[in-house]
Design a protein around this ligand. Structure first.
Ligand SMILES: C[S@@+](CC[C@H](N)C(=O)[O-])C[C@H]1O[C@@H](n2cnc3c(N)ncnc32)[C@H](O)[C@@H]1O
Length: 402
C-alpha cells in the first residue's frame, strides 16, 4: 500500500477516522497495512463477509469494545528503560535546581518503564526530595503491568546496576519494585484526547506519543496539556517531536538535540478532575532564565545545535547485498554529524536488498540510544512499500501532511 490515500478503500479510511475520534491515533498512510490486516482478521473471525460490514459494527451499539480491540492492535508500544537518557539526566538536574515538591506526569507511559526510570533517577539523586510521578496510558493491559511493578528479568536492560540494586528486588526470573520507589508513583488508564485531566503538573513527559496522532487530535491534545502545565513548567517530547509542539509551546535553548519546551501561551485556568486547584510547586521560580538549561549551568553548550534542524542525506544508487558496506559507510558518516535528527531520502535509490532494512533498523536503534532519531523518507510508491514492509521509522512527506 502506498501513501496515496485516494487508493485506500473507503472502509479503511472510515475506520481510521473512528480510531482518531476515539484516541487520536492514525494509521494512515504509513501503518495502513497494519490496520487493514487487523480489520480483515476481525472481519473473518466474526464471520462477516466484507470489511464494510465490520465498519457497520464499529458504529453500532457494541462498538466500544471492538474499537478498543482495534486500538490495542494498532497502537505502537515500543519503549525501553532509561530511554533518551540524556533527557532524563537533564530533567533530573532541572528538578534538583528548583524548590518544592515536583509533580511529573509521564503521559503515554506504556508499561511503566518511563515513569519508573524518572523516579529512579530522582530518588537516587535527591533521596529526601518530595516528588510524584503520575504514569498514564490508554492501554489497560499496559497500566495493569505498570501497577504491578514486576518485570521479567530479561527485560531489565539499560538500567545502571546501582539503580537496579537500589530500587528492585531481584530474583532469577523477575524484578519487583521496592515500596520506596513505588510510593512515588501512581498509574492510571487515561486517554489523552478525551479523559478528564489530572491536577496541574510541573513537568509533562510525553515522548514518542504525539507523532502517532492525526493533526486534528494533536492540536486538541496539545491545548489540553498546556492547561495542565504550571507556569514555568516543562514539557518534554521525544527528540524528533519538537516540531509538533512549536505552535503551543516555546522551546528552551538546549544542546545535544534535546527538546525541552515550556508553555508559552497564557495559561488558561486548568479544568481538572481535582477541581480548580493550581498547585504552585515551582511557581516561585517561573523565570526560564533561571533554568539550568538557559543559564548554562549544565555541562553542555546551549545553542550549539539547533535541535529542530534535521540533517538530510539523499542516497543514490543500487544496493544489492555485495554493496551493503558502501551503504553502511555512507550512513555511518551521516550519523556522526552533530545533529539529533537524521533523514535519509531514498527517492534516488534504484535497488535496496532486504539486508539494508536491517541496517536501517539497527542504525536507528543506535541513534535512538543516543537520544536522537533516524528516519527514512520517499515519495516513490515502490520505495514506500519497501519502507512500510520493514516498518522503518518514516519521515512524513508533504503528501502525508496534506
Ligand atoms: C511508543 S509508546 C511510548 C512510550 C514511552 N513514552 C516511551 O517514550 O518510551 C506510545 C504510548 O502512547 C500510548 N498512547 C497512544 N495514544 C494515547 C492516548 N490517546 N492517550 C494515552 N496514551 C496513548 C500508547 O498506548 C503507547 O503506550
Amino acid at each position: 500500500m502506498d501513501g496515496d490515500t485516494t487508493r485506500q478503500p473507503a472502509w479503511l479510511t472510515a475506520i481510521d477516522a473512528i480510531i482518531v475520534r476515539h484516541c487520536g491515533l492514525t494509521s494512515l498512510p504509513r501503518r495502513a497495512w497494519r490496520l487493514e490486516g487487523r480489520i480483515r482478521q476481525r472481519t473473518q473471525a466474526l464471520e462477516l463477509n466484507h470489511p464494510s460490514r465490520y465498519l457497520a459494527l464499529l458504529t453500532g451499539p457494541s462498538a466500544r469494545q471492538e474499537i478498543a480491540r482495534l486500538v490495542a492492535a494498532v497502537r505502537v508500544d515500543q519503549t525501553t528503560w532509561m530511554r533518551h537518557k540524556d533527557q532524563l539526566d537533564d530533567l533530573t538536574t532541572i528538578i534538583g535546581s528548583r524548590n518544592g515538591a515536583a509533580h511529573i506526569w509521564s503521559a503515554g507511559c506504556g508499561r511503566g518503564q518511563e515513569a519508573y526510570s524518572i523516579a529512579m533517577l530522582l530518588a537516587d539523586a535527591y533521596p529526601t526530595r518530595d516528588f510524584t510521578v503520575l504514569g498514564t496510558d490508554l492501554s489497560e493491559d499496559a497500566i495493569a503491568q505498570a501497577k504491578q511493578g514486576r518485570y521479567p528479568m530479561n527485560e531489565m536492560v539499560g538500567i545502571p546496576a546501582r539503580l537496579l540494586a537500589a530500587f528492585w528486588h531481584l530474583s532469577e526470573d523477575a524484578a519487583r519494585t521496592t515500596e520506596a520507589l513505588r510510593g512515588h508513583i501512581s498509574f492510571r488508564v487515561h486517554n489523552l484526547l478525551t479523559d478528564p485531566l489530572p491536577t496541574p503538573q510541573d513537568v509533562i513527559v510525553v515522548r514518542n506519543v504525539l507523532m502517532y496522532f492525526a493533526p486534528s487530535a494533536l492540536r486538541t491534545v496539545l491545548n489540553r496539556l498546556a492547561t495542565v502545565l504550571v507556569p514555568g513548567g516543562i514539557l518534554v517530547t521525544g527528540p524528533s517531536e519538537g516540531h509538533l509542539v512549536r505552535d503551543v509551546f516555546t522551546p528552551l535553548p538546549s544542546a545535544n538535540g534535546i527538546l525541552w519546551t515550556t508553555s508559552s501561551a497564557e495559561q488558561l485556568p486548568a479544568r481538572t478532575e481535582g477541581g480548580d486547584r493550581r498547585h504552585v510547586a515551582w511557581s516561585q521560580d517561573p523565570d526560564p532564565a533561571r533554568s539550568p538549561l538557559t543559564s548554562g549551568t549544565l555541562d553542555k553548550q546551549p545553542g550549539s545545535i539547533d535541535p529542530f534542524q534535521p540533517t538530510v542525506r539523499r542516497i543514490k544508487g543500487t544496493f544489492p547485498p555485495e554493496r551493503l558496506d558502501a551503504l553502511k559507510q555512507e550512513l555511518f558518516e551521516l550519523v556522526e554529524r552533530p545533529s539529533a535528527r537524521f533523514i535519509v531520502d531514498l527517492d534516488d535509490v534504484e535497488f535496496l536488498c532486504d539486508e539494508a532494512a536491517d541496517l536501517f533498523l539497527r542504525l536507528s536503534a543506535h541513534v535512538e540510544q543516543l537520544g536522537g532519531r533516524l528516519e527514512v523518507t520517499a515519495t516513490r510508491p515502490g520505495v514506500r512499500h519497501w519502507i512500510e514492509r520493514w516498518n522503518l521509522p518514516e519521515h512524513p512527506t508533504d503528501d502525508d501532511r496534506a
